[in-house]
Design a protein around this ligand. Sequence first.
Ligand SMILES: [Zn+2]
Length: 262
Amino acid sequence: MAERSPIPEGTKRVVRRRCGFGCVLCGAPIYQYDHMHDWALGGADDAENLTLLCASHHEEKTKKLIPLEKVRRANKDPFNRSRESSPAHILHYFGDSFEVILGSLRFTQKLDAEGACKLVSINSETLLKLRLEEGNLLITLKLYDVRGEPLVTIIDNELTYKMASWDVEFIGRALTIREGKKKIQARLAFGPPRLLNLQRGLFVHRGLRVEVTPDGVRVPNHGISLQGGAWTGVYGRGIVAYDKHHSGENFDDAFLIIPVDE
Ligand SMILES: [Zn+2]
């Protein structure tokens, strides 16, 4: 049998976008590219013949427990296409310690029973939080696009992302959301049970921004930029950016406090 050449990246992107970045039958973000008309039987390697199926639905199709006709119908009307955000995907975090990388800054901490660490806050709004509940490490993360609309949301380990994105790719353990061919809006690498690596992303609350890039953390309104460093300790909060309306609040338990002029 002839060696199969890899599907070109451009073709994959066309398929991902058409299928709503998930299995056409259930919307799951961890999927495989499936040749609807089997490649070994002469099916073409083009976008028309390709669709997205999660491992479980792929297996069912291979075993002919799902008729091809049903896959073709779902391919024309993918599960995710009529939705605003993806169905929730569960992340498997547990244990009483975490390691979070924000660009080039590394935070490690052990949590007390029922303890929590608000790692990124803007004013009173917490945008990245880790907490412990019955041995489960629960992550809450809210990333936004440049217009301030929710882009990636994790609430207590349930991950969803915006469907109207230009491209969403979940390869290995990394989720990448692009707004154009070489424009990455958000990139997250998951290392369960305790590591979360945010390489790029934007936190926004009422006009105030905290931006994470591979270099570090930037607060554009303030001009402050943090690069490198490893922080271990017992902080109730990590980075807090606040404006004059919140200047009276007590942020004493924060690792870094950034007053932002408006
Ligand atoms: Zn599926």
